[in-house]
Design a protein around this ligand. Sequence first.
Ligand SMILES: NC(=O)C1=CN([C@@H]2O[C@H](COP(=O)(O)OP(=O)(O)OC[C@H]3O[C@@H](n4cnc5c(N)ncnc54)[C@H](OP(=O)(O)O)[C@@H]3O)[C@@H](O)[C@H]2O)C=CC1
Ligand SMILES: O=C(O)[C@@H]1CCC=N1
Length: 266
Amino acid sequence: MAEGMIAGMCGSDSLQNEQIFVTNRSNAARLRELQERYGLTAISQSDVDWHGMDVIILAMKPKDLTAALIELQDKVQEQQVLISVAAGIQNEQIEHYLPKNQPVVRIMPNTSSTIGESATAIAPGKHVSAEQLNMVTELVAAFGKAFVIKEDQMDVFTGMAGSGPAYFYKLMEHFTETGVAAGFDQDTASQIGIQTMLGAARMLVETKEDPACLRKKVTSPNGTTAAGLEALNDAGAGEAMTKAILSAAERSNEISEDLKKQLLTR
Ligand SMILES: NC(=O)C1=CN([C@@H]2O[C@H](COP(=O)(O)OP(=O)(O)OC[C@H]3O[C@@H](n4cnc5c(N)ncnc54)[C@H](OP(=O)(O)O)[C@@H]3O)[C@@H](O)[C@H]2O)C=CC1
Ligand SMILES: O=C(O)[C@@H]1CCC=N1
């Protein structure tokens, strides 16, 4: 996920690559790779000048966040904003490990940040000023569209947009497999799927019509689309999408509850 955000930031005009510093726990080869690929500064953790950073983005797995926060406790500066991308971990849980009044912001990007097309949620913690929220929103806009939401909407946002690209990829896998089974070669079937999905997404963006309206325009009475949509409906496609979003949201909530238990023991 970190590389997705880095790629998006490096591809935008709002940041210079030299303003970005990246570190990790131990994988030195990975740091060299990022430095060569993006022209940023990749350094081992012991060499980071923590005082010099405006913003620190934490992009480790949720299970590794507590250890990272404990490491950072005595390094963070008063006005530095800490941004966490960890799914399911609440601002309050992060603030617990940091000095009093530390500004913390939770964000939920998705992997389309790689091409500057993430849908990213921003939920500020209680010590974040309006100016700091603006700064984070601008930073996030470097890799896609930013949505400032309430923190209690974060689980469902994660189910929709954090995990969302995977649902569309999964649909595309089925779309392509069906085309191949019907006689197209893999590449042709895949290109047909990609162009169809891209065209539909761009229609939504450019015409600004709602999806139901665009769907009706494709659907001739008693025609092929009506038959296809009826099959989708009979197979429970709409319900399946709702279940996918809500199951992911529930998992996000479970991760949060698990960390709360860990927090009680530290
Ligand atoms: N994948 C996605 O689509 C999305 C993921 N997320 C969130 O992003 C986070 C990262 O996920 P993902 O990219 O898949 O994870 P990865 O395992 O690919 O990357 C985690 C990175 O964190 C580093 N790391 C771990 N602990 C520390 C530490 N203490 N200090 C510094 N660096 C550390 C690891 O370094 P090393 O290799 O050296 O150990 C590694 O580079 C998760 O919290 C996830 O919930 C959020 C939105 C979408
Ligand atoms: O699967 C995950 O847990 C992460 C969070 C959202 C997308 N990927």
